[in-house]
Design a protein around this ligand. Structure first.
Ligand code: NAP
Length: 251
């Protein structure tokens, strides 16, 4: 991927948690950042302001990744900001802990629409812009998987784990599909990271409670995921594609 000056990274769910840390670090590394949010406009605008305060360029767009029209709006804003050369498929949801025999269909549809279909549609938009086959200049896509794809989430969220398993397959397949077209596709699979996602699954203390089960005896930070994500977007990772990098403190 050529390292050009007006390169834009689209970061879905860039207002909070891991996405926020990715947006801030990418901007420090010279990316213009187009970040999306769905509910927390204040948090997203605060990230834009923080990037601007450091001399970077960023824009926040309300865009539900489960909605194809919203994704069009997000990428149209990214096109106005510069040349789309990076995508971080970070937006993702969990739900309250439950066994599969207690899950209803709307939960499963929402999980797959946000975590899987949303990521596929954003990647489609990225490929249409980055691929040399479409006249693009190349780029990088990084998907947020989870160690849950390997562990399975038994008794808690097999639906979430399955959605991340789909992300892993999609990462490997798309990487091969567009390898000759200047696009690299990789995933980062975090372990337990201290963000608000656990509260949204009804377990605000989950990250700290699980610390004894982690070989490093602590949850990770959003910044400890942002580093590998932004590295995978960078030229330093020029020969890395189809990789799924576990960042788990040894779990
Ligand atoms: P988080 O703190 O809950 O933040 C989630 C972000 O995604 C928010 O910015 C939210 O937007 C956005 N979002 C949610 N639904 C969306 C939708 N339909 N459309 C667009 N944006 C949406 O989560 P996180 O912990 O940073 O997790 C980020 C990613 O890492 C997820 O894919 C997650 O599965 C993965 N991951 C996290 C962990 C962990 O332990 N934290 C572990 C493994 C993998 P608003 O701010 O507008 O609500």
């Amino acid at each position: 991927m050529p390292d050009f000056a007006d390169k834009v990274a689209v970061v879905t769910g860039g207002g909070r948690g891991i996405g926020r840390a990715v947006a801030l670090l990418a901007a420090r590394r010279g990316w213009r950042v187009c970040l999306s949010y769905v509910s927390d406009a204040g948090a997203a605008e605060a990230v834009v302001a923080a990037i601007a305060a450091e001399g970077g360029q960023a824009e926040a767009v309300r865009a539900d990744v489960g909605d194809e029209a919203d994704i069009g709006t997000l990428f149209a804003a990214a096109d106005r900001l510069g040349t789309v050369a990076g995508l971080v498929n970070n937006a993702g949801v969990v739900d309250v802990a439950a066994r599969l025999d207690a899950m209803e269909a709307p939960r499963l549809h929402r999980m797959m629409a946000t975590n899987v279909v949303g990521s596929l549609l954003c990647a489609r938009e990225a490929v249409r812009r980055m691929s040399t086959r479409h006249g693009g200049r190349g780029g990088g896509i990084v998907n947020l998987s989870s160690v849950a794809a390997r562990l399975g989430g038994a008794g808690q969220y097999v639906d979430y784990a399955a959605s991340k398993g789909a992300i892993d397959s999609f990462t490997r397949g798309l990487a091969r599909e567009v390898a000759e077209e200047g696009i690299r596709v990789n995933a980062v699979a975090p372990g337990i990271i201290d963000t608000e996602i656990h509260a949204s699954g009804g377990q605000p203390d989950r990250a700290r409670a699980l610390a004894p089960q982690i070989p490093m005896r602590r949850p990770g930070t959003a910044e400890e995921i942002a580093g590998p994500v932004v590295w995978l977007l960078s030229e330093e990772a020029a020969y890395t594609t189809g990789a799924i990098l576990e960042v788990t403190g040894g779990r």
